[in-house]
Design a protein around this ligand. Structure first.
Ligand SMILES: [Zn+2]
Ligand SMILES: [Zn+2]
Length: 440
């Protein structure tokens, strides 16, 4: 791992080398230099990666973005799998799964699958390609900063890589029931996943903002004293605009800390906890063979895989669908309670916990994606068919609510409250009497 180029101290006397930045995880203000290609600028206090140095990030993002759009269009329009058994044959595209869910009355789930596997990835890739592409024009469009700000919200909801794992689990289950032939859409999705991962690794948002300033789409940000102003939680700009004003860079509403963060996170996490019960008690799918059905819950699905000797897949399904939601909820409550109490212990660990929760939440969608594929493909008349259950709807709601909860939690509050507690303790500590000092 390349050693991080250290950020400079935040004292006003320090030369304003680089740009003033507020760490989104701990709130530490620091000047972040432009890292050389391959180097990393990390937070002084919590080690969060603030910026990665990349060589030519924009032209390479443009090339990857165009490739990604073409691959997604291939994935949407060509067959993904062909399943045949006892003379019956079914072909699936990316849209067959959501259609199958809609046919069984679970249109909300179908919509969620379309949004996360087609609509958001397409919007994200097209938006990104548009931004980095039109920045090369003589007169780049004026809406670019606002558009690029909005794109920052979309990324967690683009789930191509999660879908692919769901597809793999479904493929393994289907192989026991029928003969499968893979289509071009499947391979397009595999390459698309690599493209999406490469875009994530390559894109340096700060480089895009800087290019916008250089190309005259944005005016250069006015200077701000290191301890003043507000950091935009969308684009990271630190400006002296007041609370509630619009960010001069991405036009998002400015708040020193995420608005009503703790209250919103509590509400979302509690709602997710309540829904976790039906998600595990109600069947997520029913396997109907020769007219008689076997309803299966999430845990039951993992056990079936284990009984079938496919323990790696059983482990994936168990981790994604059972362990991750529970750990996520426990983690959210831990962060909420410790932030509220202003505890000073293990701040670094709690910040790492926040990062893990924000990162892993989307992977719970594996089960939903797998189910959408199975429901669409396993429809062989009276012989064998798979029907979705309402447990899947409750489970999807748990995943979505915990993702929103992680999004609305502001980890800087843990550091703020801990600092307040430490200051209070210092103030309330009794002053040492002069006699006691002289007696020692
Ligand atoms: Zn930090
Ligand atoms: Zn902003």
């Amino acid at each position: 791992m390349p050693t991080g180029e250290p950020a400079l101290p935040t004292t006003p006397s320090a030369a304003p080398f680089g740009r003033l930045h507020e760490c989104a995880d701990c709130g530490q203000r620091q000047y972040v230099p432009h890292p050389a290609p391959g180097d990393i600028a990390a937070c002084l206090r919590c080690d969060k990666v603030l910026r990665r140095g990349q060589r030519d990030p924009l032209p390479r993002t443009l090339a990857l973005g165009i490739t990604g759009i073409v691959l997604l269009l291939i994935a949407c329009t060509s067959p993904m799998m062909d399943v045949s058994t006892t003379g019956m044959d079914r072909t699936a595209t990316l849209l067959t799964g959501p259609e199958g869910l809609e046919l069984h009355g679970l249109w909300e789930l179908g919509l969620l699958v379309v949004l996360t596997t087609i609509a958001v990835p397409l919007a994200h890739l097209t938006g990104l390609t548009w931004v980095v592409g039109t920045l090369r024009l003589t007169r780049p469009p004026r809406h670019l900063p606002r558009l690029f700000g909005l794109l920052q919200h979309l990324r967690p909801w683009s789930m191509v890589e999660v879908y692919l794992v769901g597809l793999f689990v479904a493929y393994t289950k289907l192989r026991q029931l029928a003969h499968i032939e893979t289509g071009p859409a499947l391979w397009a999705l595999v390459i698309l996943m690599l493209v999406v991962v490469a875009v994530d690794a390559l894109l340096d948002p700060e480089a895009v903002w800087e290019t916008m300033e250089r190309r005259g789409v944005l005016r250069r940000l006015p200077g701000c004293a290191p301890d003043d102003g507000i950091a935009c939680h969308v684009c990271g700009a630190v400006t002296d605009a007041p609370e509630g004003a619009y960010c001069p860079r991405c036009e998002s509403r400015l708040h020193a800390r995420k608005h009503a963060s703790l209250q919103r996170t509590w509400a979302l996490a509690l709602a997710a906890t309540v829904l976790y019960v039906p998600a595990n008690v109600l069947p997520v799918l029913t396997y109907v063979e020769l007219g008689s059905g076997q309803p299966s819950t999430i845990l039951g699905g993992a056990r079936e895989l284990l009984d079938g000797g496919q323990w790696p897949l059983a482990l994936i399904v168990f981790l994604a669908s059972v362990a991750v939601p529970v750990l996520k909820l426990l983690g959210l409550f831990t962060m909420l309670i410790t932030a509220q109490l202003g505890l000073t212990a293990r701040l670094q660990d709690r910040t790492t916990l926040y990062r893990v929760i924000a990162l892993i939440g989307r992977w719970s969608m594996i089960d939903i994606f797998m189910e959408s594929i199975l429901v669409a493909l396993v429809q062989f008349g009276g012989l064998v068919r798979i029907e979705p259950g309402y447990g899947a709807l409750a489970f999807a709601a748990v995943v979505v609510l915990t993702m929103f909860a992680a999004e609305s939690f502001d980890p800087r509050l843990m550091w703020d409250r801990a600092a307040e507690t430490a200051a209070r303790r210092t103030r309330s500590r009794p002053a040492v009497p002069a006699e006691a000092v002289s007696a020692q």
